[in-house]
Write a protein that binds this ligand. Structure first.
Ligand code: 0L1
Ligand code: MG
Length: 262
């Protein structure tokens, strides 16, 4: 690690204040070009710690930048991982207040819910499928705290991978009942299809993103607990939304889920 604890806390406070006040900032690597991957996750961990100290519950985990469309859109080459706090959750068909956000975009995702803990190293798709209770459609709302969504991977990891809101729902399905690689998705905005894809867009198989998360956590001495909700990453590039928009994600064999932006 290259940053001291006081700097990590200061950067975590700066990024979390941007989230809570819906204001943007320049990327933190502009000020700290020597920060490393451990520093980036330490800043994210500090944001998580501050939320828990304030009474928030962590209700899930997420993998981000897991599709080539997303990596190309953001100019990065590696996935990243973050957490979901309780107040990020929007009820199915519910409202998301744009005044609380900076420049939201939505991503169509497959959400996993585990029934057994998953522990790396060496976690693989088979282990993920065996430990998964069900999968279901999920829409993640991302809202980078960085001006114009301009960042590098270390800055975005520190910023909890742009996580801000999500909705899950539709029809939960046991993962062995379908081939998650060929499952098709359509994302609609205001009734019009705006993005299409198939599960394989996420690292060849959405369960690979969950395995990667388990292996990432193992390197930190952690695991994915049983009962976790995990967003496996956007299948297509992210779509910008504004007040007045409604979005609906249809996933083959899993029904649909949606939310409105007000
Ligand atoms: O969930 C995601 O794929 C987003 C990761 C962070 C990058 C971004 O803000 O697009
Ligand atoms: Mg995402």
């Amino acid at each position: 690690m290259n940053l001291d604890q006081a700097t990590i806390v200061k950067l975590a406070q700066r990024l979390e204040a941007c989230e809570l006040e819906a204001t943007d900032t320049t990327k933190i690597t502009d000020d700290y070009p020597d920060m490393d991957w451990d520093d980036a996750y330490a800043i994210q961990d500090e944001i998580r710690r501050m939320k828990i100290a304030r009474g928030s519950r962590i209700v899930g985990l997420k993998a981000g930048l897991t599709s080539h469309a997303k990596m190309k859109q953001m100019g990065v080459e590696t996935p990243c991982f973050g957490f979901l706090a309780d107040y990020f959750a929007v009820p199915e068909g519910g409202e998301c207040k744009v005044s609380q956000l900076i420049h939201p975009k939505v991503e169509p995702e497959i959400a996993f819910v585990t029934k057994h803990a998953l522990r790396g190293p060496g976690c693989h798709i088979g282990a993920v499928l065996a430990a998964t209770d069900f999968v279901m459609p999920g829409i993640e709302v991302i809202d980078s705290r960085y001006r114009d969504f301009k960042f590098d991977l270390k800055s975005v990891i520190a910023d909890n991978t742009s996580a801000v809101r999500f909705v899950v729902g539709g029809m939960p399905v046991a993962p062995l009942q379908m081939d998650l690689r060929t499952v098709g998705i359509v994302l609609e905005k205001n009734g019009e299809p705006v993005a299409f894809g198939a599960g394989a867009a996420v690292l060849g198989h959405p369960a690979a993103a969950i395995a990667m998360l388990a292996n990432h956590l193992a390197a930190r001495g952690e695991e994915i607990p049983a009962g976790s909700l995990i967003l496996s990453g956007g299948i297509t590039e992210a779509i910008a939304v504004q007040a007045g928009d409604s979005v609906c994600l249809r996933v083959q064999g899993m029904g649909s889920v949606g939310m409105r932006f007000i």
